[in-house]
Write a protein that binds this ligand. Structure first.
Ligand SMILES: [Mg+2]
Length: 319
């Protein structure tokens, strides 16, 4: 089961409206409440509050810094679980508010915004026949109106948990730990019990810890051979690059030896590996091809392999 549409509330869910309002009006005291109708703590009536909202310009409503910590993960979660995701928010018929919110939601999340005059009007976005809609909102009233509105389809509502909306039946609350589940497991969230969820979270933590350690020095010889994938980890990774390296061996044979003899590596010739590597790297940035038509990078690779081979042989002979 997926939801046909998921509507995300904006203020108090995606955007910290209260903090934005306090900052904008230069109110520094920390309010002792988290209630959505915090205006009464500012000594305002509802009417005064609403008329103060109408005076707020678009620049107030599109401030990115008040996007909540969970907003991004919530949008991802919604996209995993719903065919369509929209923002459904109260704009009170105010154009500055609607266009500010639209700006921000579309720029940051690619979401479109539906504005309603008041929270109870969200119910007009209820599901039509055969459809299932979900609203995530921090207002209890909005959720109850939504769920109880008459519709042919099915309306689900989740309360976005906050200090001011605690204490209702647990099943109504959006569980923020869902946002931490890996994408593939998020999909079945409605089928998960609490113990499923905590097992999943534990599993994720364990996966992080139990990464096996690769210790070639401590391995038995047989294991080490098995863990040295010369074909799948070397030839299959770099087939084209290694073909270039092999050709360079032949080029060197033609250049330094008698080409009528079978190919061999005369290690006494041109043994300045480090200088040669730097030279070819520097030249590569001007023109990728050397004067003889070979790629400088293929010569860097050949020289690096030559140096590595000599280094290892030297180490082994010292053991
Ligand atoms: Mg809200």
């Amino acid at each position: 089961m997926r939801y046909d549409r998921i509507y995300l509330d904006w203020d108090g869910v995606m955007w910290d409206f209260m903090q934005a309002y306090l900052d904008w009006h230069g109110i520094q005291e920390k309010l002792m409440t988290d209630r959505w109708d915090f205006y009464s703590d500012l000594g305002m009536t509802e009417e005064e509050f609403i008329s103060s909202l109408k005076r707020l310009p678009k620049e107030f409503w599109n401030q990115e810094k008040y996007i909540t910590d969970e907003a991004k993960a919530l949008v991802e979660w919604a996209r995993e679980n719903g065919d369509t995701v929209k923002v459904l928010t109260v704009t009170g018929g105010d154009n500055a508010c609607l266009s500010g919110k639209r700006d921000l939601a579309s720029r940051l999340f690619g979401l479109s915004v539906y504005g309603v005059k008041n929270g109870l009007n969200k119910k007009h976005y209820m599901a039509t026949a055969g459809k299932t809609n979900l609203l995530i909102d921090d207002s209890l009233e909005n959720i109850y109106a939504w769920e109880q509105s008459y519709a042919d389809g099915t309306n689900y509502g989740y309360i976005w948990p906050a200090e001011y909306n605690k204490g209702e039946e647990g099943r109504f609350y959006f569980d923020k730990s869902w946002l931490q589940l890996p994408a593939i497991k998020k999909k079945a969230h409605w089928a998960l019990t609490d113990s499923d969820r905590s097992a999943l979270l534990k599993e994720m933590a364990a996966e992080k810890e139990e990464k096996p350690v690769l210790d070639y020095d401590g391995m038995e010889e047989a294991k080490r051979r098995k863990m040295t994938p010369m074909f799948s980890g070397c030839l299959a990774y770099f087939p084209d690059a290694l073909a270039q390296v092999a050709q360079n061996s032949m080029v060197g044979h033609y250049q330094h030896n008698d080409p009528t003899e079978p190919m061999y590596w005369d290690r006494s010739k041109s043994a300045d590996e480090l200088d040669a590597i730097i030279r070819h790297l520097a030249d590569h940035s001007k023109d990728p091809y050397d004067a003889d038509g070979r790629l400088h990078l293929s010569k860097v690779a050949w020289r690096a392999l030559a140096m590595l081979q000599k280094f290892i042989e030297e180490e082994n002979s010292n053991e």
